[in-house]
Design a protein around this ligand. Structure first.
Ligand code: NAD
Length: 308
């Protein structure tokens, strides 16, 4: 097991999401050094000062602001910079593409050539498209560029199923795949609760499933309407990914990666179940989808391909 000591994580974008990721990674002691970089240097400095006030109470060694040159030396670089749906009045995450593509390109251009074992984690939206484009903007192989993808949608599905059955979300397993967005697909055939396939649970009617599908798709909107941003769920999803990489856990997680060929889809990044370790995406998990799920997954992919 690789120790977090010696690991440096750089987070680009010190907004609601980036700062929460930096803070949570610090209190979880996932790295000896955390570097926060934002185009808004006042914001960056304020967040760093606030977090450094807590250094006495945590084990992380250094939290600092930094330059792209310093970020380039990190083992893992998290991209959380960009505009949000609320700022743009956007209905879909895909509407953020033009602005956030430009921001991603300029960040990766400024960072320049990366160390050959760097892992790039994309959080900014539209996360699938940006994960795909990042391959063009860096020297890294696709296996080292990971988007948070449908990891958050999967967590939302697990929580909704758990709440319906009055069990803990950690007892619910399964995947949401495809776009992190309106065309995401709950793979009901993969969902089990305490080892029981969901199709064997009588109270889980088609109506309940439809309700959960809608609530997963509308969850971000529902939160943004009430508090303006979403940051905790995505941060903890990112922590799971960081831990899987740092500790080489070989965890099977629904993340976004550019796939060569899977269930009839190729050459696009989208949410798939993948085994994650220190090398990044080790392999795509050969999950079997029903014919309806396959159709929905392909539809989600075709929507994304349109934006590449
Ligand atoms: P925010 O507005 O609070 O923060 C964005 C930050 O990016 C700002 O501080 C801004 O100054 C910075 N920034 C802009 N251009 C930059 C550049 N070129 N270099 C460095 N920093 C730059 O927004 P937020 O709520 O933190 O959201 C950030 C991104 O994360 C958005 O794209 C949002 O849609 C996305 N997001 C993704 C998920 C997910 O599940 N993948 C969930 C929530 C939010």
């Amino acid at each position: 097991m690789r120790s977090p000591s010696g690991t440096t994580i750089a987070i680009i974008g010190a907004g609601a999401v980036g700062a929460t990721i930096a803070y949570t990674a610090a209190i979880k002691h996932l790295a000896s050094k955390i570097i926060l970089v934002d185009i808004d240097k006042q914001k960056e400095a304020g967040e760093v000062m606030d977090m450094c006030d807590g250094l006495c109470f945590m084990d992380t060694g250094i939290i600092s602001g930094g330059t792209y040159k310093e970020a380039k030396a990190a083992d893992i670089i998290v991209i959380a910079a960009g505009v949000t749906q609320k700022q743009q009045g956007a209905d879909s995450r895909l509407d953020l593409i033009e602005k956030n593509k430009g921001i991603l390109k300029s960040i990766l251009k400024s960072i320049g050539r990366l160390k050959k074992d760097t892992i790039l984690l994309i959080v900014s939206n539209p996360v699938d498209i940006l994960t795909h484009l990042a391959v063009r903007f860096t020297n890294l192989p696709t296996s080292q560029i990971i988007g948070t993808g449908t990891l958050l949608d999967t967590a939302r599905m697990r929580e909704a199923v758990a709440s319906h059955l009055h069990v803990h979300p950690q007892n619910v397993h399964g995947y949401v795949l495809g776009e992190h967005g309106n065309s995401s697909v709950i793979v009901w055939s993969s969902v089990t609760v305490g080892g029981i396939p969901i199709k064997q649970i009588p109270s889980f009617t088609t109506h309940i499933k439809k309700q959960i599908e809608q609530s997963v798709k509308k969850r971000a909107h529902a939160i943004i309407k009430r508090k303006g941003v979403t940051c905790y769920g995505v941060t903890l999803a990112t922590m799971t990914l960081l831990e899987a990489i740092i500790y080489n856990q070989h965890k099977t997680l629904s993340i976004s990666t550019t796939i060569r060929s899977w269930n009839g889809v190729s050459h696009v990044a989208l949410g798939v179940p993948a085994v994650i370790g220190r090398a990044g995406v080790e392999r795509i998990w050969p999950l079997t989808l029903s014919s309806l799920e396959k159709k929905a997954f392909r539809k989600s992919a075709s929507l994304l391909i349109h934006y590449l």
